[in-house]
Design a protein around this ligand. Structure first.
Ligand code: SAH
Ligand code: SF4
Ligand code: F3S
Length: 478
């Protein structure tokens, strides 16, 4: 959809996305006025906390900001700053409050500066109350369900002297076809579904992201086809539980079937997905992966705990044994697939014996990598009011033991690839050494090697020369 010249007399459309395009043209008019006043471009800064879903949402925010004339900068000293927040663990929240303090300082120097907050934290009433009380300089707050109204909310913000707050409890709306601005030209994430219905007892995501809803397959395919025309080689299909994709649709379709449709897209070279839930990872999915040329050799399979007793308390709907069976089936059927996981240490009531079960599974599966988290109490979740919260000291000892085991298995697994020549999607110039490029193997491992920056965005063969603890140093092959 194209942006039209703003017509102040036109009636405001009620349908989406037409309505948001109306507000974008109004904003473009406003931004042009402000530019004239200041004699320079208006700048914006979007900062993302949290997961891939939030990263994708931020691309939508930036898409709208750029469409209406803002110039993106990569630091906070901007005319409009927005934080897309995460609340999965308390340290994510603390981080936001810390940075808001810095923003307050910057705003004192530039009183015209506008500050917005959105994302998962905003779905919590206590957060809104705290910001209204202690962070009066914030101009705009909205949540996860109405992010598609960003253009309209931004207009309200520029028209108002007061804090604009619009938080919805839930939604069944999915608005397609709003502008987005991809971080990488050659790879992109796309939501195949929103929300989560699993209610794991420790997790706040279902409360802040609402009920599960799947996008129509035709909308997903059309979006990926457009991305590919625009240079995308790798797409990541995103959802909190991708295995339950398609269930609520008028014409239900399984995740495995969706993958087969995506595979057919000409020009697309790699397909990733995040996150499958172990309780319903189907044999069909394993079968589709076995025969696919495009699906990457990586399954992230969050385990959370290896103790059946704790898994039950977590409401995960699988046991130590069934998780092990599944992971070992994947190892058998798809030997070149890397299996990574998430582990929580310190869930209420967790004993050393439970931790030993977790360590046992880590050793038996031999994870290629794992994110290990210390349990964080989230207000409103069932686990927060469970008795037997584990003392910090005990958690720390257990955490270190789990981390050590994970590092050992990851090293052993990744080292198996040494000496092989494998395709790498080149992503960027190495952060620490500008003479090197950094790319990713199909199984998600990073490789650093010498090469020309013109290779960025292409897939090249690299020999994996030296293993350096979770990544490889390699050399480009002709
Ligand atoms: N939907 C995904 C994960 C989303 S959150 C899934 O089910 O796997 C990402 C990870 O954060 C989770 O896998 C879990 O390990 C961790 N996590 C979620 N809530 C947490 C909490 N309260 N404390 C510590 N870690 C948590
Ligand atoms: Fe949270 Fe569980 Fe849903 Fe994952 S599946 S987002 S851990 S409730
Ligand atoms: Fe965080 Fe929300 Fe993702 S809470 S992990 S940003 S869904």
């Amino acid at each position: 959809m194209e942006l039209k010249e703003f017509d102040a007399l036109a009636s405001i459309p009620t349908k989406e996305p037409e309505r948001q395009f109306y507000f974008m043209s109004k904003l473009a008019h406003k931004v042009a006025e402000l530019e004239k006043e200041k004699g320079r471009k208006l700048t914006c800064y979007v900062h993302t906390f949290g997961c891939q879903m939030n990263a994708r949402d931020s691309e939508k925010l930036l898409g709208i900001l750029k469409t209406v004339g803002f110039e993106e900068i990569d630091y906070e000293d901007a005319d409009f700053v927005i934080y897309n927040t995460c609340t999965v663990r308390d340290n994510a929240n603390q981080h936001v409050y810390g940075r808001l303090g810095v923003l307050n300082g910057l705003k004192k120097k530039n009183p015209d500066m506008k500050i917005g907050l959105c994302g998962c934290m905003m779905q919590e009433e206590v957060v809104i109350e705290k910001i209204k009380k202690s962070y009066r300089f914030v101009n705009l707050m909205f949540g996860t369900h109405n992010i598609y109204k960003f253009a309209e909310l931004l207009c309200d913000m520029y028209d108002s002297d007061r804090m604009v707050i619009d938080i919805w409890k839930d939604t069944d709306q999915i608005v397609e076809d709003l502008p987005t601005e991809r971080k990488y030209p050659f790879k992109s994430g796309t939501n195949i579904m929103f929300g989560c219905n699993n209610f794991c007892s420790y997790c706040i995501v279902p409360y802040v992201r609402g009920r599960e809803r799947s996008r129509e397959p035709k909308d997903i395919i059309r979006e990926i086809e457009r991305m590919v025309q625009d240079g995308v080689k790798e797409v990541m299909l995103l959802g909190q539980n991708v295995n339950s994709y398609g269930k609520g649709l008028e014409n239900p379709i399984s995740f495995a079937e969706l993958l087969q449709e995506v595979e057919k897209i000409d020009g697309l070279e790699r397909i990733r997905f995040m996150t499958p839930h172990p309780k319903d990872l189907s044999d069909d999915l394993i079968e589709v992966m076995k025969h696919s040329k495009k699906i990457c050799r990586h399954i992230h399979l969050p385990m959370q705990s290896g103790s059946s007793r704790i898994l039950k308390e977590m409401n995960r709907h699988y046991t130590k044994e069934s998780y092990l069976d599944l992971a070992l089936k994947i190892r058998r059927e798809l030997p070149d697939v890397a299996i990574t996981t998430d582990i929580i240490v310190g869930f209420p009531g967790e004993t050393r014996e439970d931790v030993e079960d977790t360590i046992d599974v880590i050793k038996k599966v031999g994870f290629d990598n794992a994110f290990t988290f210390i349990y964080s109490k989230r207000t409103g979740t069932p686990a927060a009011s469970m008795p037997n919260q584990v003392p910090e000291e005990e958690v720390k000892v257990n955490f270190d033991a789990v981390l050590k085991t994970v590092q050992e298995t990851a090293r052993a697994r990744v080292k198996l690839l040494e000496g092989q020549i494998l395709p790498v999607l080149v992503e960027e110039i190495n952060e620490h050494n500008p003479e090197l490029l950094t790319g990713r193997l199909s199984n998600n491992i990073l490789v650093h090697f010498k090469g020309d920056t013109s290779l960025i965005g292409t897939i090249v063969n690299v020999s994996l020369d030296e293993y350096e603890g979770f990544y490889y140093m390699g050399s480009l092959q002709e």
